[in-house]
Design a protein around this ligand. Structure first.
Ligand code: SF4
Ligand code: SF4
Length: 667
């Protein structure tokens, strides 16, 4: 008769089964002690409510944790991690069913269900083993720069592999002795087990050998499984639990908005001790899997500066788990000042992290404490703060000269009670930096040609506050932002247009925290709209005044990564150019920062290679002669400097997209 039931504990003495349950209890106690330690440490963080928007949180959990969305971006890692994750998940559920049947008398594994259950589990085991082999190859043979190998990494992979291999050997022996000789068709539903069984038989496995070998293997398999349970909370495998929680409790506010400090009620600012972070920040640290994705496009890391976002998170976690350190300051021992000030807040790290760690937010918290509580920041920043306080811009141009750039042109400056359709937010760079005033003039030219009703605030405009906020001076940021919001509220307009992605991000995503709610558009979006509705027509020839007509586009971090504006600039360029458009190696969300964000525009770059030169080099790799186009005043400045520093002025030019459009309009 066809045996369609699972024979559990085949050839295992009853005493051993009792011992298995005894060791399971011990392993569980160790496991729980480990888990409670994690919970206790995470609870040391400051309170924060993350139980809002439950539906979105649950959707994120399914999309990013269960379906592993961010891990699936790279095929090798996707296959490896899926094999391990789904293989373990299925085997865990399968083992539970086996135990329920064996020890609670519920016969689930029988008939048709058992056939497909066997097949499913067998393939899951194979998938898991393949994932583990690929992970070992990647770690120890391919050795990508972002991975470093610790004893824990090896222990985890070897432990899992030995559990799976011993499981297949057990299955193979059982099939070889109980199914192959009787030619039971059920054996075909464990293809890998059957293969192992056939190999063992060909190697001379007999009933007698299996009588001794099977229990020994079973015991080995069981002991390894118990070690796995007990070791889990003390290893990187803990991320099995922390990652889903971290994704569920992730920050749902706009990615471009830093958290607001309630200046009137807060007693301390930013973070100096690990316990100054919120509990969710500590859960972030505990969730890091050390995958190194955050390092792969970090401009600081790529130019050999001390900051490596992965190491930053690992060091903060070590600090949290070190009893002696828990009450000591984080900087400069755990996070050096150079690390703190090397960050451009480009957001690459957090956008790539598969487990939703927010590295830039932690760096900003450290900066906030250093700036607001200790007045400890790079010396060159002193003048920047002073200029913003006295002149309302970081460049020391007197506030009453802010609108000098348009003295000779017919640009309407709003006076009390006046209204306009479009408010042109000029920005500090556009108003005071000679090179960038050309960009604003080009935009004015376009708006006038397209017959758009627009006006500016003139000398009433102040710095939006982005540099102050990213450097950590929340006090100065809020002062400038509130002043601007008061000014803006005096006038009627339908939307604000700006050339600067930093102004765009701040006005659009951060001013609402201070009750400044305005409709904001970036010039790339607005120009593309004008082209689409036929208000601007573009020529298709020789707009570049270069033989090659080659253009590439550099994504500003605050336009692309933080605000998802990637397509309008590209559509404009491919519409106007008659030119050959080429992407650089890093583009869209993988774009490399120019090096100026996070207040770095005003800090000296003394460590490592220069970021702007690294980016110019990437442009030169795809266009030997042509134009690198951008849509950000910071990027434009950094790229032009980079071109000069690399002595590439004869082959490469940097332009804002509005300058390219302005040169090519027909009407
Ligand atoms: S925000 Fe950018 S510069 Fe800062 S750590 Fe992350 S990747 Fe590096
Ligand atoms: S912070 Fe995120 S991306 Fe970076 S190593 Fe940890 S898990 Fe990977």
């Amino acid at each position: 008769m066809l045996n369609m039931e699972r024979e559990i504990y085949w050839n295992i003495p009853r005493l051993w089964i009792a011992l298995l349950y005894g060791s399971f209890i011990i392993a569980t106690v160790i496991f729980l002690c480990g888990i409670f330690r994690h919970i206790r440490l995470i609870r040391l963080g400051k309170k924060l409510n993350r139980l809002d928007n439950l539906f979105t949180r649950l959707s994120n959990l399914v999309y990013y944790a269960l379906f592993q969305r961010r891990i699936l971006e790279k095929p090798y890692q996707a296959f490896t991690h899926s094999g391990i994750f789904y293989g373990m998940l299925i085997l865990y559920i399968g083992t539970l069913l086996v135990l329920i049947q064996a020890d609670f008398g519920l016969t689930i594994l029988k008939g048709e269900f058992y056939k497909y259950f066997s097949l499913f589990l067998d393939l899951a085991g194979g998938f898991l083993l393949l994932g583990l082999v690929l992970a070992l190859i990647r770690r120890y043979i391919i050795k990508p720069a972002e991975l470093d190998n610790t004893a824990d990494d090896l222990i985890v992979l070897i432990l899992l592999a030995t559990i799976v291999i011993s499981g297949f050997l057990l299955e193979g022996i059982r099939i070889a002795i109980t199914e192959i000789p009787q030619e039971l068709p059920i054996r075909y539903f464990s293809p890998i087990g059957l293969l192992v069984g056939q190999i063992l038989l060909s190697l001379g496995l007999t009933q007698t050998i299996s009588f001794y070998l099977y229990p020994i293997l079973w015991l080995t398999h069981a002991i390894l499984a118990m070690i796995f349970i007990a070791y889990l909370p003390f290893s990187k495998l803990m991320h099995i639990f922390t990652v889903p929680l971290n994704i569920f409790f992730s920050n749902l506010s706009h990615v471009g908005a830093l958290s607001k400090i309630e200046l009137e009620t807060s007693e301390d600012f930013g973070a100096t001790k690990i316990t100054d972070f919120f509990w969710k920040d500590l859960l972030d640290l505990d969730s890091c899997t050390k995958c190194g994705r955050c390092n792969t496009g970090c401009p600081a890391n790529l130019t050999n500066k001390p900051l490596k976002p992965k190491q930053l998170i690992i060091n903060l976690k070590k600090h949290l788990f070190n009893k002696q350190k828990i009450n000591s300051n984080l900087s400069p021992d755990t996070v050096s000042y150079d690390e703190v000030w090397s960050c451009t807040t480009c957001g690459f790290c957090s956008s790539k992290c598969p487990v939703f760690v927010e590295q830039p937010a932690k760096i900003t918290e450290l900066r906030r404490h250093l700036v607001l509580a200790e007045s400890n920041f790079p010396q060159e920043v002193t003048a920047v703060f002073k200029n913003m306080e006295t002149h309302g811009n970081p460049w020391a141009v007197s506030w009453d000269k802010r609108s000098d750039w348009c003295k000779d042109s017919e640009v309407k400056i709003l006076n009390e009670g006046e209204k306009t359709n479009l408010l042109l937010w000029v920005g500090c760079a556009g108003a005071t930096d000679e090179r960038n005033t050309k960009v604003v003039r080009a935009l004015v030219n376009l708006l006038q040609k397209a017959d758009v009703d627009f006006a500016i605030l003139g000398n009433q405009e102040r710095c939006c506050g982005d540099p102050a906020r990213r450097i950590g001076n929340e006090y100065l940021y809020q002062q400038l932002a509130e002043e601007n919001i008061q000014t803006l509220k005096k006038y009627q307009f339908s939307k604000i247009i700006t050339c600067c992605p930093h102004c765009y991000n701040t006005l659009k995503n951060e001013y609402p925290q201070l009750n400044g709610n305005f409709s904001v558009v970036h010039h790339t979006e607005f120009i593309w709209e004008l082209i689409q509705i036929g208000k601007l027509s573009l020529s298709k020839s020789q707009i570049l005044n270069l033989k090659s007509q080659l253009v590439t586009y550099h994504d500003s971090c605050y336009l692309g990564r933080y605000n998802n504006i990637y397509s309008s600039p590209r559509k404009i360029l491919t519409t106007i150019a008659g030119a050959k458009f080429k992407e650089m190696k890093r583009h869209h969300k993988n774009s490399l920062c120019c090096g100026a964000g996070g207040g770095r525009m005003w800090m000296e770059e003394k460590l490592g290679a220069r970021i702007n030169q690294a980016r110019v080099q990437e442009a030169l790799e795809v266009i030997k002669e042509g134009i690198i186009v951008t849509a950000c005043p910071y990027c434009l400045t950094m790229l032009e400097d980079g071109i000069k520093e690399k002595d590439a002025l004869n082959s490469l030019k940097a332009r804002d997209i509005v300058e390219i459009v302005s040169n090519s309009i027909l009407v």
